[in-house]
Write a new protein. Structure first.
Ligand code: ZN
Length: 187
């Protein structure tokens, strides 16, 4: 694993950063304020992600910008890219690690409490005569009762902090969406 910490000073990185800032400025009411806020966030958070994920800052920012589905200010912020060292987001190595921690017992729907066996994002259970259909991708997400994670080896293809229904296998380790003090997240 090599970390190219110097990449944040490289001409390629600075060119990409400036192009993102120009996009932000173009539609802003307070362009200078938004430009400096965006610059500060990207510089600090991209370095942070680079250190935690073992990709270079240029690789991380390139991946993020390529998959940006919303405006610059709606994307480059702590809601979309939270810090990875505060305990609320777990860094997994790869899809094998993901499968290990998720297990085979499914996921808890945060709305109806039933188990979604295969789908970590959407509930297909019935509450009486109505289908629950709750989606982790909806505005309220998992109500803070889900599991937030990044997968290091796929991050450059999918630069996403996933918020999924809590895997049943991990429920003993969590309370109200937070790791119980003293519990260890499975390596
Ligand atoms: Zn449900």
């Amino acid at each position: 694993m090599s970390i190219h910490s110097d990449d944040i000073d490289s001409p390629q990185f600075i060119t990409l950063l400036n192009s993102i800032i120009e996009i932000a400025r173009a539609k802003a009411f307070a362009p200078d304020e938004l430009a400096s806020k965006t610059r500060d966030f990207i510089l600090s958070r991209v370095s942070h992600y680079a250190n935690h994920l073992g990709h270079s800052p240029l690789e991380i920012l390139t991946a993020m910008e390529k998959k940006r589905p919303v405006t610059v200010p709606d994307y480059y912020n702590s809601e979309v890219f939270p810090r990875l060292d505060l305990g609320g987001v777990f860094v997994l190595r790869d899809l094998t690690h993901y499968k290990q921690i998720v297990g085979v017992n499914g996921f808890r729907c945060p709305r109806c409490g039933e188990v979604s066996l295969l789908d970590p994002y959407q509930c297909h259970e019935w509450i009486g005569k109505r289908k629950c259909s709750w989606s982790a991708r909806s505005f309220f997400g998992t109500f803070g009762k889900g599991l937030r994670l990044v997968i290091r080896d796929v991050f450059l293809l999918e630069p996403i902090v996933y918020d999924i229904f809590m895997p049943i296998a991990l429920e003993p380790l969590f309370e109200n969406g937070a790791l119980i003090p003293g519990a260890t997240f499975p390596e």
